[in-house]
Design a protein around this ligand. Structure first.
Ligand code: NAP
Length: 282
């Protein structure tokens, strides 16, 4: 019998801890913790993400500063805003919502976020520090996965972990976190040969691919822990993960659902990173 990992419940628990940490900070230093969110343009999905991030801040007592810039903003205008936020002492974390409109150099804009305010953990410095197992701000989605594993009491030491996907924001940091947690890690991607066999050897299988129901039952070992990062639409337009949940679940010891698994953890870990950034700034 598999156990469903309830991301919503873990997220609630962590948010309570964050709210306490934020309140302790306020009492101790007599000031707020601030997160600046920058949205350029009018992309519908980005607006929803930004709204949810602001709502998350309110829930845990973090002060949010939202900046909505028009679609036709120039590179200089966005750079000027991010540079100003970088200097602003009331702002402990800066998040530039991606993707940015075409014509803007996202990399150049992101590079203006100081490493200690990079609460998305996407910068070269934070990713590099993670590789070296040094203190850093870790990308929110993979960090959320690690929190779920930890809180479920799932051991990683000595386990064979397979991560399918090698993006800089999910797959690579996920692999590094598992490696730092003493798992033996294999990273797979679109050019991997024998993907099915490699996945079938995994004690812990993380799917971060972006293809609906790609991981099928024959790719999963009996008793495996299966973590589904994917967010896709199935043939009926319904939200689904990278894992063929209905056919895979009975082989698993633990599995995350979509929705309600990894998804709810991401914004929670952004709030966690903002608290961490503030605590390290004093
Ligand atoms: P991405 O940048 O598109 O990366 C996808 C990865 O999957 C790539 O490394 C790609 O390999 C690999 N891949 C694609 N087709 C494959 C195949 N047939 N066999 C093996 N590997 C294959 O995506 P991402 O940003 O990492 O996101 C992955 C998924 O997670 C998406 O569904 C996204 O929506 C979701 N996501 C969810 C959250 C959340 O909060 N739950 C957050 C972020 C992302 P190559 O490198 O060779 O191209």
């Amino acid at each position: 019998m598999y156990k469903l990992i309830d991301g919503k419940a873990h997220s609630r628990g962590i948010r309570e801890e964050i709210a306490k940490g934020v309140e302790d900070y306020r009492q101790k230093y007599s000031k707020d913790i601030g997160l600046a969110v920058v949205l350029v343009g009018d992309d519908g999905a980005s607006q929803v993400y930004v709204r949810n991030k602001i709502k998350g801040c309110e829930e845990v007592g973090i002060k949010s500063f939202a900046y909505y810039l028009p679609m036709d903003s120039t590179q200089e205008q966005v750079e000027e805003l991010v540079s100003e936020l970088a200097r602003n002492e009331a702002v402990h974390g800066i998040l530039v919502q991606l993707p940015l409109p075409k014509g803007l150099d996202a990399q150049k804009i992101l590079s203006l976020i100081p490493v200690e305010k990079d609460v998305d953990g996407f910068s070269e410095s934070n990713l590099g520090k993670l590789c070296m197992n040094e203190e850093c701000l870790v990308a929110c989605t993979p960090n959320g996965v690690m929190q779920m594993l930890k809180r479920e009491g799932i051991q990683t030491r000595g386990k064979n972990a397979v991560v399918v996907g090698r993006s800089n924001i999910v797959g690579k940091p996920m692999a590094m976190l598992l490696l730092n947690a003493d798992a033996t890690v294999t990273v797979c991607h679109s050019k991997t040969v024998n993907l099915k066999e490699i996945c079938a050897g995994a004690d812990i299988l993380v799917a971060a691919i972006g293809r609906a129901k790609f991981i099928t039952a024959d790719m999963v070992k009996e008793g495996a822990v299966v973590i589904d990062v994917g967010m896709n639409r199935d043939e009926n337009g319904k939200l689904c993960g990278d894992v063929d949940f209905e056919n895979v679940k009975d082989k698993c010891s633990y599995i995350t659902p979509v929705p309600g698994g990894v998804g709810p953890m991401t914004i929670t870990m952004l709030l966690y990173n903002t608290l961490t950034a503030a605590q390290r700034s004093v």
